[in-house]
Each structure stands twice: as structure tokens, then as C-alpha cells.
Design a protein around this ligand. Structure first.
Ligand code: TRP
Length: 355
């Protein structure tokens, strides 16, 4: 029996270089290793927790699906599906929620973060545990939707309903995975069964890559507005890179790099050759570096990575028949396993049918 791999990306917009190196390229690698039963999906129900615009949701799903396929995910080799095409997930979500505490959900870092954003509360301190008061005590007409609170339950169901062994996700999802393991153990112990196994994170033995943004600090992220999208046109991409934040340049040989410069080198390491990285590192160390040259090379090398993918994305986006066929195949395979799990869960929980 092959180990089951499962991961997904929320359908909130186009994918950027951070998604590509952090997630997508790993998905493709896992698929190509050929030793896993690999499953990759588009989390459109999860997207509803923050992006409820019905006019763009489907397009977001479509662009991620096209990006999956353009990057090399292959419906013949992997199960590629849309979360909402597997209604068993929604039913099991309701069932699993009966064993999840609102306290543990409220203490989840991503919830505190996003809830505060929805309430418009600014705080840099995620150790601050006033979240219950902030939410219950709020007299504004802003509300935190319950879907945001139960986000980890839904994610746990995505994973458990497929009995996944390995879940390739970034550091920011580690806590959700920990909750998934906790819910699995709890279900087993409440019902005295050995039914769910505990899934593990997976990142090819290395650390999760953190792809920095172009604004000098932090990681690339849609909400930071510092992204290079796989679909960016060459002109746009060059402009973005040329505008990336730098500093005044090294003042003395071998000085430490400031964060914006380190970030540019991190990007260069992802897309360029060792030689080029060494060339610019040496130039930095002997103070002869010109950031304009560095950025030019960086932009061209990013384009070498993204241009062929971009072309394929555009082709695939225009091929509705192929898209439909890919997700139909995926939905069938994903549903087969999901409905078996759901039946067994209902049975374990004592839900029986009269007919
Ligand atoms: N929460 C994940 C993210 O934001 C997306 C996701 C939803 C997911 N369900 C999942 C990832 C199940 C792995 C497995 O990136």
C-alpha cells in the first residue's frame, strides 16, 4: 500500500512564486517520485471564510486548477480535485465538529490573526490572549464568521477523510496539522476505536522554504502586496523586481547584509545558477556590487522559471474540456475514498439508517 499524500491550496487568487516554491513544486516532485498515492485539491470552501465574493470564486478555483496542471500535476498520476466536488467533506465536517472545542479553535494563531483583521483590531502581539473578550465584547457591527473559527475542523476533515499519511504544508499550517492529529486521537479515544491515523508534515527532509517578498521584509504573500505571480507578464515582472526595496549598498568589505538585500539573494538562489549567486555575493563582499545589475539578472532568471509555466497556464485556462475532465476524474477518485470513510464514521458514531 502506497502512502497517501494530500495537500491543498485555498482558492483566493492567483498563485505567486512563494506558492510555487513553497507548495506546488513540492506537489509535483511528490507526484513524480511515483511512490505515493498523491492527492491535491483546491480548497474553495476554505476560501469562503475570507473571500465570499461569488463573482470571483469560480475564477479563482479555475486559475489554481490551471496552475496546478501547468506546473506539472497530472490527472493520470495524481488525484486532482475541487473540495466542494466532494460533498462528503461537508457532512463529515458537521460530525467532527461535535468533538472539537471552541476554546482550542479560538486559541489557534491563524484564527486570532484573521478574526482581528475582520474586527479591524490591530495588534502585533499574537501571545495576547484577549481574543474571547475582543470577539464577545465587540459592540461594532463587524462580525467574525463561525467558518473562520471552524477552519481547522474543515482542514482536519480534508485530511482524515482521505486517511492521508503525509501532508506537505508550510510552517504556517503546522498548528492546523497538530490539531488534526489531536482530533484524530480524540475521535479514536471517544469511540474506543483505532480508526484514524495521525498524519505527518512532509518537506523532503529540508526546512520549509520561505520565499521572501520584494518589499524588503517578510515573506511573499498576497495580502502583503509584494508578490510575483506566475501569471505576471514579463514587463510587469521586470518592473516589480527593479522596484524591489534595497539599501544604500555595502560601506565596508564583508559587511553583513540588510534584510532587503538578503531577500534578493534568497530569491536569486531559488532561480539562478550557483555561479551567478557566487558572482554577486563576491561583488557584495568587495563592495563592487550594483543592485541594478543584480535585479536585472534576477528578473531574467525569474522569467526563465515563470514564462514557460505562464504559457501553459494560459493554454490550459482556455481549455475548458481538459479542465472539466481533470477534475471530474479527480472528484470520482476522491469521492470513492471519502464516501467509504463517511460511512464508517457514521457507523462508529451510531448513526444508522432505517432504509
Ligand atoms: N489551510 C491550507 C492553507 O491555507 C489549505 C488547506 C485546506 C489544506 N485544507 C488542507 C492543506 C488540507 C493541506 C491539507 O494553505
Amino acid at each position: 500500500m502506497k502512502e497517501i499524500v494530500l495537500s491543498g491550496i485555498r482558492a483566493t487568487g492567483q498563485l505567486h512564486l512563494g506558492n510555487y516554491y513553497g507548495a506546488l513544486s513540492k506537489f509535483v516532485r511528490m507526484q513524480e517520485e511515483g511512490v505515493y498515492d498523491s492527492n491535491f485539491f483546491i480548497a474553495d470552501l476554505h476560501a469562503l471564510t475570507t473571500h465570499p465574493d461569488p463573482k470571483i470564486l469560480h475564477n479563482n478555483v479555475k486559475s489554481i486548477l490551471s496552475e496546478y496542471l501547468a506546473a506539472g500535476l497530472d490527472p493520470e498520476k495524481s488525484t486532482i480535485f475541487v473540495q466542494s466536488d466532494v460533498p462528503e467533506i461537508s457532512e463529515m465536517f458537521l460530525l467532527l465538529n461535535m468533538h472539537v472545542g471552541i476554546g482550542e479553535l479560538m486559541r489557534t494563531a491563524s484564527f486570532k490573526d484573521k478574526a482581528r483583521k475582520q474586527l479591524g483590531i490591530k495588534t502585533d502581539n499574537d501571545n495576547d490572549d484577549n481574543i474571547e473578550k475582543e470577539i464577545i465584547g465587540t459592540d461594532s457591527n463587524k462580525r467574525v464568521n463561525a467558518g473562520l473559527l471552524t477552519y481547522p475542523t474543515l482542514m482536519a476533515v480534508d485530511i482524515l477523510i482521505q486517511h492521508a499519511d503525509l501532508v506537505p504544508v508550510g510552517k504556517d499550517q503546522e498548528q492546523h496539522l497538530e490539531l488534526t492529529r489531536r482530533f484524530a486521537r480524540r475521535f479514536n479515544s471517544v469511540y474506543g476505536v483505532e480508526y484514524f491515523k495521525e498524519p505527518a508534515n512532509f518537506n523532503f527532509g529540508g526546512n520549509a522554504v520561505k520565499v521572501p517578498g520584494l518589499d524588503g521584509s517578510g515573506k511573499m504573500g498576497k495580502s502583503e502586496g509584494n508578490c510575483i505571480y506566475l501569471l505576471d507578464e514579463e514587463k510587469v515582472l521586470r518592473k516589480k523586481v527593479m522596484r524591489a526595496v534595497t539599501d544604500e549598498g555595502p560601506k565596508a568589505p564583508n559587511s553583513p547584509m540588510s534584510e532587503p538585500i538578503k531577500n534578493l539573494f534568497t530569491l536569486l538562489e531559488l532561480v539562478s545558477t550557483q555561479d551567478k549567486v557566487k558572482f554577486f555575493t563576491d561583488a557584495y563582499n568587495d563592495c563592487s556590487i550594483r543592485y541594478g545589475d543584480l535585479k536585472k539578472e534576477l528578473a531574467e532568471d525569474i522569467i526563465k522559471v515563470t514564462a514557460p509555466i505562464r504559457e501553459r497556464i494560459i493554454d490550459i485556462q482556455n481549455n475548458d474540456e481538459y479542465l472539466a475532465k481533470a477534475v471530474k476524474m479527480g472528484a470520482e477518485k476522491a469521492r470513492a475514498r471519502a464516501s467509504k470513510t463517511l460511512e464508517e464514521v457514521r457507523e462508529i458514531m451510531g448513526i444508522k439508517r432505517f432504509f
